[in-house]
Design a protein around this ligand. Structure first.
Ligand code: MOS
Length: 698
């Protein structure tokens, strides 16, 4: 692949949106100034399963300032109800506790909220089932798992290899349900206006993909996609929870049909987000490893049980990373789903890899111990030369480089001495390591347009969304190098369906997919107009096919190092130091990429020690519904933290030579914490979050 000559790519260019964000002039979805806004407050089901028998709306309707009350009996009809999560208010059925069963629209948010509280709902209650556990007798195998992977794989006779193995590990690991909790809640403003050829729907939405929201929602409202516009210039985080439109988008659009063309504003409260935004499935994972006396894997079995919802299947691909991480004589992976009366699980930062690699990388630590090997050495001994199932060469793997470089920088050679040195203090000290991986994919279908302006600048248009990752800056850098001009000659436009189509900011594919389209457009522009274009010269091009994607296994790799301190009396756990070393191809922006990686690692510490959405099966909902009871790591929890990238270029991934940076930072991070806690205390914890009482046995 012909790579772009990196000039501003690879620098630490400051965020172009920094000033607007810091000064508050960057507009988020709910803040967009609209004429005569109205405000929506939803009504949520208070039962876990059953049906709405009646809704008493008179008190709400009598309230001064209430404009409309929507119920399951009288809400506008949708043209398409095939999506069980999105088809709300179309019938009286209740599928989970917290489901939308109505809404009040009013002149102010306060009146809307008060009005919603006055609507009484009668239910026919049925018993619900929200109890996720591995002993259920109704677990089933889906047709395939997310991202289109096969549900099960079997390569050789794992049971026979385990029986013959010199050393074995056979354990069950579990991870908690987690909610994404971006700082900006899910929010939208919807407005219907008359258009030349029918109504036009405008949605200011906090989303990871304006075009994908339009593609999903327009047909549900009987619209051609051209009749709908979605706008999202700034988004305050998503972590996957805004990767797809959710039911709140449908509700606000339905409500906007009832207020005579006035715009309706709707932001979920933090509490409502625990039923209505997105969440990571809890998992139970059974791992069996067999090795010869030298620690070479002869058997690798990874069986994952995850949660799904009766309203919509979601099959998290938790065992998939075990198909590629290490070489193994025999291999077996499976996924089974528990389908419950719960909201549909969804994407949360590195879905699949994050829970899967917790289990897999703690199991590898256990195997290292059982073999009497250093955990880094064990991993290096099991490096696969090629992608195990396909035999394809790696476009660039470098896991060994990440492990060795991290060990050197972190002082891994002093691991046992450091632990011993702490033995007299009130804190026990230990070090742990874990590997990381994430696919380096490019999504097809984005288009970039470049226009040369009379003031000598280039307008670069693409409907991408910057969810806080730094896309505004990275895409401007890519455009500058692709056109061979300085950064300030580029005027980027993103976040609007009026711009050329772009794929969703998800799967760590954004920079690669959109950047490839920008490079293709820049090259076409130069071919067409040379270096002295006339003002108005314009060209468009799409993300080209990558022929190398079928020849190489495209993955990023990394290694996490953690120093954990555990208090002898209280069992308080502190991650005192953490280092991540990553091979992610060429880094487009050293500042924003480091920030992405540190963010992922912080979320990994949070997963290891804090985050847990607690479902109460008696009531059928998540009871930790705020940031006091659902603890997310804060500054006080994060001490020394650093992320470094190997000097790396992947010439098979895309014309920038880059891979993705958004998700790999969290993968394996929680395992490194658990492994460090084991080294410090001697207690092996096979679940996250690790609580103080889990350490009492030691
Ligand atoms: Mo990311 S969880 O793929 O939006």
């Amino acid at each position: 692949m012909t790579l772009v000559d990196p000039k501003v790519i690879g620098t630490s260019a400051e965020r172009l949106d920094a000033h607007d964000k810091v000064t508050g002039s960057a507009l988020y979805a709910f803040e967009y100034p609209v004429e005569q806004p109205t405000y929506l407050h939803p009504i949520l089901s208070t039962i876990g399963r059953g049906r709405v028998r009646a809704m008493h709306t008179a008190d709400a309707e009598a309230l001064d300032g209430v404009l409309a009350v929507l119920t399951v009996f009288d809400a506008p009809r949708l043209a398409d109800t095939s999506d069980g999560e999105l088809a709300i208010l179309q019938d009286p059925e209740v599928h989970f506790r917290g489901q939308f069963v109505g809404a009040v629209v009013a002149e102010t948010p306060e009146v809307a909220r008060h009005g919603a509280s006055l609507v009484r709902v009668d239910y026919d209650v049925e018993s619900h089932d929200t109890d996720f556990h591995s002993g259920r007798d109704d677990l089933y195998a889906p047709e395939d798992v997310n991202a289109g992977f096969p549900t099960d794989t079997e390569d050789g006779d794992v049971d026979a290899a385990l029986a013959a193995a010199a050393v074995t590990v056979d354990q069950v690991y579990s991870t908690a349900m987690e909610h994404n909790n971006p700082m900006e809640p899910h929010a939208a403003i919807a407005r219907w206006t008359p258009g030349g050829s029918g109504p036009v729907l405008t949605l200011h939405d906090s989303t990871q993909g304006v075009h994908s929201v339009r593609q999903t929602l327009a047909p549900m409202f009987g619209l051609e996609v051209e009749q709908m516009r979605v706008i999202a210039p700034y988004v305050g985080g998503g972590f996957g929870s805004k990767g797809l439109p959710h039911a709140h988008d449908v509700l606000v659009v339905l409500a906007a049909q009832r207020v005579d063309g006035r715009p309706v504003k709707f932001a979920l409260t933090r509490q409502q987000m625990f039923a209505l935004s997105a969440y990571r499935t809890p998992t139970v994972q059974h791992i069996r490893l067999g090795a010869d006396a030298d620690g070479r894997l002869t058997a690798l079995s990874h069986e994952a049980i995850v949660q799904s919802a009766k309203i919509k299947e979601f099959a998290e691909q938790a065992a998939v990373p075990s198909r590629l991480m290490y070489s193994a004589g025999t291999r077996y992976t499976t996924h089974r789903l528990a389908s419950l009366d719960v909201p549909a699980p969804s994407w949360m930062r590195a879905p699949g890899e994050t829970p899967g690699m917790f289990a897999a990388e703690v199991a590898m630590d256990e195997l290292a111990e059982a073999c009497g090997l250093d955990p880094i050495e064990l991993r290096i001994r099991n490096e696969p030369d090629v992608y195990p199932s396909t035999g394809r060469p790696w476009s660039g793997r470098r896991l060994t480089d990440c492990l060795r470089e991290g060990a050197r920088r972190f002082g891994w050679a002093d691991r046992d001495a450091t632990a011993r040195a702490g033995s007299d203090s009130e804190w026990q000290v230990g070090m742990g390591v874990a590997s990381a991986t994430y696919p380096a994919n490019t999504s097809p279908g984005s288009v970039a347009r470049i226009v040369y302006e009379s003031d000598g600048t280039y307008t670069v248009q693409i409907g991408s969304v910057d969810i806080g990752t730094g896309a505004w800056t990275a895409l401007t850098q890519i455009a500058a190098d692709a056109l061979g001009c300085p950064l300030d000659a580029i005027v980027l436009q993103i976040g609007d369906t009026n711009l050329p189509s772009a794929t969703v900011a998800g799967g760590s594919t954004g920079t690669s997919s959109w950047g490839s389209a920008i490079v293709a457009a820049a090259r076409a522009f130069r071919d067409q107009y040379g270096t002295s274009p006339a003002p108005g010269a314009a060209t468009s091009a799409g993300t080209p096919d990558n022929p190398d994607a079928d020849k190489f296994a495209l993955h990023s790799f990394g290694a996490h190092f953690v120093e954990a301190h555990v208090h002898r009396d209280t069992c308080e756990i502190r991650v005192e130091r953490m280092l991540g070393v990553f091979a992610i191809g060429r880094v487009i922006n050293t500042r924003t990429v480091r920030s992405q990686l540190l963010g992922g690692m912080t979320m990994g510490i949070s997963m290891a020690l804090h985050e847990s959405s607690v479902n109460d099966p008696r009531f059928g909902h998540v009871v930790t519904q705020d940031l006091a009871s659902y603890h997310v790591s804060t500054h006080a929890d994060i001490r020394y933290l650093d992320a470094v990238c190997l000097d790396d270029v992947d010439e098979h991934a895309n014309p920038m030579g880059s891979k993705g940076a958004g998700e790999i930072g969290i993968v394996g991070a929680a395992a490194a914490v658990a492994n460090a806690v084991r080294h410090a205390t001697g207690v092996r914890v096979r679940k996250v979050p690790i609580h103080l009482d889990d350490l009492l046995p030691g």
